[in-house]
Each structure stands twice: as C-alpha cells, then as structure tokens.
Design a protein around this ligand. Structure first.
Ligand code: ADP
Ligand code: ASP
Ligand code: MG
Length: 438
C-alpha cells in the first residue's frame, strides 16, 4: 500500500498544525510522499504566504527591491523554524531567496517560493528527503504540463527515495524557468505524484471534513458527501466548489486512483472519497450529490424566427465570439432562440457592445437582449438520471421561494442541471435547492 498525501495551506500555517501533520504522517507508514502548500492563514485576518509573495513581486517591479514586503515572509518562516526547533539556517536560505526574487523578476518564481520554503522546513521536521518539484515537473512552452515527461522524471527520481517531501504548486519549463499552476495548484501536484508512483490512494488533507453538499459559508449545516465520482467532482469544482483544484482529477483519472479529502484537524472523520466513474455505488435515496455556483455572468439572448432552419447561423455567432477570444460557459438554445452565457469579466471595456453590434450585422436577429449580473448554479448528481421528477422538484422549490429563473441548461449527461438567477438570489437559491433535496 502506498499513499501520497497533500497538505493545504491551513495545515501548514503554524507549529500546532504542523505537529498535527507530523502525527498524521507518522501514524501510517504507507504515507511516504508528502506534498505541501505554502503556509496559509493562521487566523481570519492573517495573510497567506502566497499572497504576500505576490505583493513582493509587485514591489520588485515597482521599486527594484522587496525589502518591506519580504519582512513578513521572514517572520513567518523564522517563527516556524523556532517553534519546530529546526536546525537549518533559515536566514541564509531567506537571504538567498530574497535575492533570487529580485533578480528573477518573475511572478511565478516569486510565488513558488512559499511552497519551496515550506517543503524544506517540513522535510527536516519529518526527517524525509526534500525533492524539488523543479527537477521533476515539466511544463511545455504553452505553460501546460508535459504529463509523459513528468511521469518519467518523477518515477525515476522517486524510485531512489523511500520517503520525500515535495513542494506543491510549481515545476519548471524546458528553458529552466519556474512555472506555477493556477491558484490552489498544490492539489494538482499531489495528483501528478500519485499517478506517477501508482499510489493506491491520494489523500488530500485540508481544513474541512470532506466535500460538503454545498459551500459551508452559504449553508452552514451542509452535510458531507461520502462518495463522489470524478465526473461529478469535475462539475462541482469547475462551478466554484473550491475544496479541490478543478484540474486535480485529470492526472489520477487514467490510473483510477481514488482521492480521499480529509480534515487535518479531525483525522478520525472519514471525509469524502472521490472514485472513478465506474466505481460509483451511490445509495438509492441519494438524488443529488452536490450544489455549487459562481456569480457574475452575462447572458446574450438572440431571437430570430426560423433560426433553426438557417444554415450557419450558430457558426456565425460563435465565430464573432471566437474573434474576441471569449470563453463560452453555456449555450442553451430553443427553436427560435440562442442564449450565450459568458463571464462578465470578459465583456468589460466595451467588448459587450462591440460583440452585440457584430451579431446584429452578421445574423440579422429579430431581437438581441442582454441580461447582466447573473449567477450560475449547478445541481449535480448521477442519481438525477435514475429519478423521475428531479427537475420538477427543483423548479417547484425555487418557484415557492419566489426565485426567478433566468436561464436553464440541462446537460445531455443528465448529471447536471444548471440554472441562471440574479446575483442577488444566489445564496437564497443554493439554500433552497439544498433544503428541497435534504
Ligand atoms: P487548502 O488550503 O487545504 O487547499 P482550500 O481553502 O483550498 O484548502 O479548500 C478548503 C475550503 O473550501 C474550505 O475551508 C471551505 O471554506 C471551502 N469550500 C467551498 N466549497 C466547499 C464545499 N462544497 N465543501 C467543503 N468546503 C468548501
Ligand atoms: N499556495 C498556492 C495558493 O495559495 C497553491 C496552493 O496552496 O495550492 O494558491
Ligand atoms: Mg486548496
């Protein structure tokens, strides 16, 4: 049995949390490869090391040095060193790091140092070898992970190491530059390592006892999901359930490695098991698995009689969006209508007006209507396809709560119903759906 364990920011935040992490690792000899995040917040008002590092980068670009901003990083790692009783010369390492940040002038390099320093401290604390991700994780020239090359590198390097601590979040490109994943990317590193070493389990240790049916900040009493498939998880994490990085399931998919989301501060809780799609054994009563959502979308509604018999209509509309480099979230359509849902952020600085004008010129619609400040909410679950009346139940509950549904998109997989509501109804909508099914 081989387990790969990733510990998130809160688990790395201070000496008490780190002592807890050590206890967890030492309690099972199978926990051989440990991936760590940068120290996170010690309390609500605190700053994450990664955020402080991005501030260092901004200061370097503005002034040529980061003396002021780097003080916070120094204090945090000195505190960790002292409290854990480590022997390493942390100030010498920090001096070198500060100098490299100034010389490199790279946001990715700067941000990666949180994980780097965190892993060096953890390696000494556990008595494990430190293996730098820069030596084993490779990005291509488009900033995408080179999976095959990385698999080989990781296998080769770790075949010689019984137990190691590996920093999350970053790797290197073929030119030798440090590259990071997007925020929260240590989850992806854990998944890459788990796949390469063919782990039996990838444990992802965080500050909640698993994936909850919905965001606990919106529904505090939300129950824990005991089991969820890769597909369901992908839908939920893409839609904003932030427990696991949305890309963290791809590396483990092929090897069908399960992921167990666990709580560092309540290790006895079973947490959530994320399983391959064909290993799902959901209970009969369970209709929905989870609910997640994101705010701030714009819907462009195009109406034209007989649109469906006009060859090339949709293509012409989509090519305008492509020309503006816009990512489309959803395209629900009817006989005479086509709705396009795009993150509002992408339509700023006059882009929306330009797009509308081009659509008017190109396809001569009867009517183009724009609905702004829309939230998308996904209700996800394999159980929905088995159960007649799921949508009726959902829509009735929302009608009773007086929530106006502005858009509906039910994917062909029957795994997912996505609705659009006003941003102001976002929280109420999630609470209503939760109540209807629990
Ligand atoms: P880590 O630093 O360990 O990677 P994250 O902050 O990335 O942890 O993810 C855990 C947090 O995700 C929780 O503290 C919780 O606030 C938030 N969260 C959002 N949606 C959910 C959900 N559906 N279930 C559980 N936690 C959620
Ligand atoms: N430290 C990085 C972040 O805050 C990566 C991670 O924690 O997963 O985004
Ligand atoms: Mg995270």
């Amino acid at each position: 049995m081989l387990k790969v364990c990733k510990f998130g920011g809160t688990s790395m935040a201070n000496s008490e949390a780190l002592a807890q992490v050590k206890k967890i690792i030492f309690s099972e000899p199978e926990r051989r490869y440990v991936i760590v995040s940068a120290p996170g917040k010690r309390n609500k008002q605190d700053t994450k090391i990664t955020d402080a590092l991005y501030a260092c980068y901004d200061q370097v670009i503005a002034t040529g040095n980061c003396k002021e901003e780097f003080k916070f990083i120094r204090e945090r790692f000195n505190e960790i060193k002292t409290e854990l009783g480590l022997k390493l010369d942390i100030n010498a390492i920090l001096d070198r790091t500060e100098q490299e940040i100034v010389e490199n002038k790279s946001a990715d390099f700067t941000a990666s140092r949180g994980e780097y320093l965190s892993a060096i401290c953890m390696a000494e604390y556990l008595g494990y070898e430190f293996v730098d991700s820069a030596d084993i994780i490779r990005f291509d020239s488009h900033g995408k992970l080179n999976q095959d090359y990385t698999d080989d590198k990781v296998q080769l390097r770790l075949s010689k190491v019984e137990r190691a601590v590996i920093p999350g979040f970053y790797g290197k490109d073929f030119q030798g530059n440090i590259k990071t994943f997007s925020r929260g990317g240590s989850d992806v590193t854990g998944s890459i390592i788990a796949r390469a070493v063919k782990a039996d389990l990838y444990e992802n240790w965080t500050d909640v006892s698993g994936f909850l049916v919905c965001d606990p900040r919106i529904v505090p009493e939300a129950k824990t999901i005991q089991q969820i498939t890769y597909k369901e998880l992908r839908e939920l994490s893409y839609m904003g359930a932030s427990v696991l990085h949305p890309e963290a399931i791809f590396p483990v998919m092929k090897g069908k490695i399960r992921i167990n989301i666990k709580n560092t501060f309540r290790p006895e809780d079973r947490g959530t098991m994320i399983v391959p799609n064909d290993k799902y054994i959901g209970s009969e009563e369970q209709i929905i698995t989870g609910i997640a959502g994101k705010k701030d979308f714009t819907v462009i509604l195009i109406e034209k009689s007989m649109m469906n018999s006009e060859v090339g209509f949709v293509r012409r509309v989509l090519s305008i969006l492509e020309h503006y480099n816009l990512c489309i979230e959803h395209i629900p359509s009817g006989i005479d209508t086509l709705s396009i849902v795009i993150a509002s952020e992408e339509l700023k600085h006059g882009v929306l007006d330009d797009v509308i004008n081009e659509i008017r010129e190109s396809v001569g619609p009867d009517y183009v209507h724009v609905i702004e400040n829309i939230s998308l909410i996904a209700t996800v679950g394999h159980g929905m396809s088995r159960r007649v009346g799921t949508s009726a139940k959902l829509f009735n509950a929302l009608a009773e709560a007086g929530i106006n549904i502005r858009m509906i998109d039910q994917g062909s997989s029957e795994l997912n119903i996505i609705i659009g509501v006003a941003n102001s109804d976002y929280e109420k909508c999630i609470q209503t759906i939760y109540k209807a099914f629990n």
